[in-house]
Design a protein around this ligand. Sequence first.
Ligand SMILES: Cc1ncc(COP(=O)(O)O)c(C=O)c1O
Length: 436
Amino acid sequence: MYKYNCKKMSKMDYSHFRTEVSKKRRSAATRELTKIAYAAPNSIISLAEGMPNEETFPFTEISVKLSDGSDFVLDGEELATALQYIPSQGYPPLIQAIKEFQRKAHAPPVWERREVVIVAGGQDGLSKALEAIIGPGDPILVQNPFYPGASVVIAPHDAELIPIEQDDHGISSECLREKLRERQLAGLKMPKMMYINATGANPTGTVMPLQRREEIYQIACEYNFLILDDDPYHFMYFNDEAPCSFLSLDTENRVIRIDSFSKVLSSGLRIGVITAAAPLVSSIELHMQSSHLHAPTLSQVILYKLLKIWGFDKMMEHFRKIRSFYKERRDLIVKVAEQHLQGIAEFTVPSAGFFLWIKVPGVQDTWKMVMQRGVSYGVLVAPGAAFMADPSEPCNALRASFAKASYKEMNLAMERLAQLIRDELLRNRASLLGET
Ligand SMILES: Cc1ncc(COP(=O)(O)O)c(C=O)c1O
């Protein structure tokens, strides 16, 4: 395996990365008391917290049936816990189960210096992680195009996006190194963080090969920035080889990993996980204390029960089934896209995730075509500009999801999209002729 030149730092200075706002966060005594009460022996009588009495809640039992035929019931003490406030870090038994899961799934180096916090979905995790690090005027490296859910978090902070262009394997380490070198030579402020989505990149569907990940990690060590690895499609790859996460490579404890259970268990549960250096997780936990106190307890208890009943291996088996489910749909959309879009659009077959990124060379900007005329053609796709670091620039791409539509719907959608594009090309030609 590739050998790092990175010096193994005994201690990273995380305060160097944190924003002034993040540094000013302080703990809420009431939240700290809930944490103390949870860890205390049963003999302790707590009159400290403002918890409602569960006897007043109208629920007496919640029963859950799983797709494999097994089931579980939440009642008595367990139900009372599931309906109650918990510490901001998360439901303590789930925290332990998730730590075990992360160790098995990623074998992260320097594990003893990391912590986890349960968040209300990946979006909540990435917004809190970004807001802990990115303040006014801070530069941040982003793959271009990238997930708009990250750009909407960054935008109000007047941060400077440093876009790194991608090829069929994600961002290239040479481009990244060149950008950083130029910045340094020009005496510009250097980035504290890179936001990346290396497996099933949203919107392009690429999977970054291991060697690139290693090179990028090496560059992060050299230029001293954190890697925010937003990885909701980690288990949803379509090639034979499982991608290696940045967490697995993180000898210096500079990766903030965001997991989401939205795509693999349920998006409505709203459960995600941040795994990062303990001081960064503590600062994010303080942010939780001042926002929604903790991610939904009921969802956390359901996830905990599922992890207990299934265990790691059965969960992996579930992920395997999901992979083949989406791979089949990926193949179907590719088939109908090839059939209908031949000669007018081009795309690379996605290697993971939910999306087909389609380029339409004859249309300079797809925005109006999609947003103003798409509905009247009976098809809705996402305009490419929405994913670009500079959305005001024209973009000839669009994103189509193959996650939910049936084969028949995908086929019809591509047929309609082809008509929409053909008419757009005619329209463009007509307006060109009109101008001359
Ligand atoms: C790259 C990426 N990050 C984060 C999210 C948000 O996921 P969650 O439902 O876990 O908040 C999504 C959802 O589409 C996504 O594609």
